[in-house]
Ligand binder design. Structure first.
Ligand code: CU
Length: 124
């Protein structure tokens, strides 16, 4: 028992307050699956202002994702899902686009930016 207590306090010291904050549970979680360059399932995710939101992206191809408005970028690979975690501080409708499939990278180029999801943030 005593060694467990020591191990736990060492863990807390190493983790620090920021690691603890990262463990805070999200209020709204979406499990999103990209298959054959499209989103499987619904393409709208509704949350409420002030919530901690987590968008978890699984993919069958390497993609760079961009949540516009909030300006969150994430890269997902097959077997290595990406997580976008943020507080929904602003209401509105925000698209998440793929900048490029595979190794292409095209922000501003336009030819392969594709909307995958709309995040809708409703007022409290
Ligand atoms: Cu973009």
């Amino acid at each position: 028992m005593r060694s467990l207590a020591i191990a736990l306090s060492a863990f807390m010291l190493l983790g620090g307050p920021s690691a603890f904050a990262a463990e805070q549970k999200a209020d709204a979680v979406a499990e999103l699956v990209i298959k054959q360059r499209g989103l499987a399932g619904k393409n709208t995710f509704r949350v409420t202002e002030g919530q901690i939101v987590e968008l978890r992206w699984s993919t069958d191809e390497t993609v760079e994702l961009h949540l516009h408005g909030y300006d969150v970028l994430a890269k997902a690979k097959p077997g290595a899902p990406a997580v976008m975690r943020f507080k929904a501080h602003a209401t509105g409708r925000y698209p998440v686009t793929v900048h490029g499939f595979g190794n292409k990278h095209s922000h501003g180029g336009g030819h392969s930016e594709k909307t995958m999801l709309y995040l809708e943030v409703y007022p409290k």
